[in-house]
Design a protein around this ligand. Structure first.
Ligand code: SDX
Length: 389
């Protein structure tokens, strides 16, 4: 449980790898970024401070944070030419498809990766992608609505900027969405900022391993990120947050929960309880605990969907007391709670996994840099255990 795998240089670096970015103790349900507990980062720091910590190994001073914030704001704009890419996609294209394609296209606008030598160039490349991902995600959403894109507002901080790009009419102060409230509340910004922090990195999960694999071939860092986006889309991984809400809507009422729990336990039924279980956490996902607390805090302030919450609470109550789930260490994971909060922030479920991408991009690019700067790293070549004739 040291959080460090033994490093076997003769073996491919993707089977196990050395890293000093994120520590997880799955048995105890602990998560630390650069040694700092996730509970502290999620409650006492902003997402941008967490980005700086992951990239630089320490939290920023006020002065360094100001400089970092200004650089991210300046880099959030997209090249005008990139807009046309979105028009190649049908309105009903899933935003994860457009997001992955647009990030791949971004690689052709910046080709310095071949001769990046030092930390500064790596950091500049990292700042750029962290800054542009929210703009690309908001463009993908606005394309799906058939409404004009709006570029980021340099006067707005990271998370408020994203919510504004998601909601504002071009040029006006009016906002999309049924509530009609004309401003984005600070409590909404804080909730989304916490969600970004909780998603920032998570050690060698499936999509991060993909990013490291692509890093090992020497391909452009932005196509490594685009590959991570594609891997994250799967419902067993980052796509689970969207599936959780779809599943709660399908269950439809508290009195139908038992039926679906029985389906989830049936070995012959492929149905699984979305948002439950984890490859590493055999205890409560610490991020899920933080989100559950956040959900309870937000109930009054922004009016969460009580119907879906009621069903989710019933699922949780039954699953946490059922022998099938207990004996398999199946607890709620981060995706079980995200969707209800994002729904209250007027973010549609098709955008839940893009929100995961916005939070995780800093982790992916930090892991990419760590891989590139490790003199022992080798091209990915997992060992095959041949089972043929
Ligand atoms: C993320 O790795 C990371 O760090 C990922 C992530 C990150 O931050 O990057 O944390 C983000 O991907 C969170 C996980 C989101 N996915 C879901 O919520 C989808 C639903 N969960 C399952 O698909 C599953 O739990 C996984 C994929 C998450 C984990 O699968 P495991 O650890 O490989 O579990 P398993 O397939 O070995 O299952 C063990 C047993 C099996 O039953 P038996 O064969 O022993 O009888 O548990 C059962 C499974 O059938 N099981 C479930 C279940 N998950 C596992 N049964 C019902 N519902 C479930 N959700």
């Amino acid at each position: 449980d040291t959080g460090l795998f033994s490093y076997d240089p003769g073996y491919t670096s993707t089977a196990s790898c050395r890293s000093n970015i994120t520590f997880i103790n799955g048995k105890k349900g602990e998560l630390r970024y650069r040694g700092i507990p996730i509970e502290e980062l999620a409650t006492e720091h902003t997402y941008l401070e967490t980005c700086y910590l992951l990239l630089n190994g320490e939290l920023p001073s006020a002065q360094k944070l100001l400089a970092f914030d200004l650089e991210i704001r300046h880099r959030a704009f997209l090249h005008e030419g990139l807009r046309h890419l979105f028009n190649a996609f049908p309105d009903n294209a899933h935003p994860m498809a457009t997001l992955s394609a647009a990030v791949t296209a971004l690689a052709s606008f910046y080709d310095e990766h071949l001769n990046m030598e030092n930390g500064t160039e790596y950091l500049e490349m990292a700042h750029r992608i962290i800054a542009k991902i929210p703009t690309i995600a908001a463009f993908a959403y606005r394309h799906s609505l058939g409404i004009p894109f709006i570029q980021p507002d340099i006067d707005l901080a990271f998370t408020r900027n994203f919510l504004t790009m998601m909601r504002a009419y071009p040029g006006g102060k009016m906002h999309l969405g049924t509530e009609g409230h004309d401003e984005i509340k600070e409590v909404e910004v804080r909730a989304l900022d916490t969600i970004f922090t909780l998603h920032a990195d998570h050690e060698q999960n499936a999509s991060t391993t993909v990013v490291r694999n692509v890093a090992s071939t020497g391909a452009h860092p932005y196509v490594a990120i685009a590959s991570g986006i594609s891997a994250l889309w799967g419902r067993a991984h980052g796509g689970a947050n969207e599936s959780v809400i779809a599943q709660l809507e399908m269950i439809g009422s508290v009195d139908r929960v038992d039926t679906f729990i029985a389906k989830a336990k049936d070995p012959d039924d492929p149905f699984r309880l979305m948002g439950f279980g984890h490859r590493v956490y055999k205890n409560f996902d610490p991020r899920a605990r933080i989100l559950k607390k956040l959900q309870d805090e937000l109930k009054e302030e922004i009016g969460l969907n009580s119907h879906l919450m009621e069903i989710a609470e019933k699922v949780e109550e039954i699953a946490l007391s059922d022998e099938y789930f207990i004996s398999r260490n199946l607890y709620p994971n981060i995706d079980f709670y995200t969707g209800i909060i994002l729904t209250a922030l007027q973010i549609p479920k098709s955008m839940f996994t893009p929100v995961f991408v916005i939070g995780r991009t800093v982790g992916w690019i930090t892991q990419w840099i760590e891989f590139k700067q490790d003199p022992q790293s080798k091209i990915a070549r997992p060992r095959q255990l041949y089972s043929g004739q």
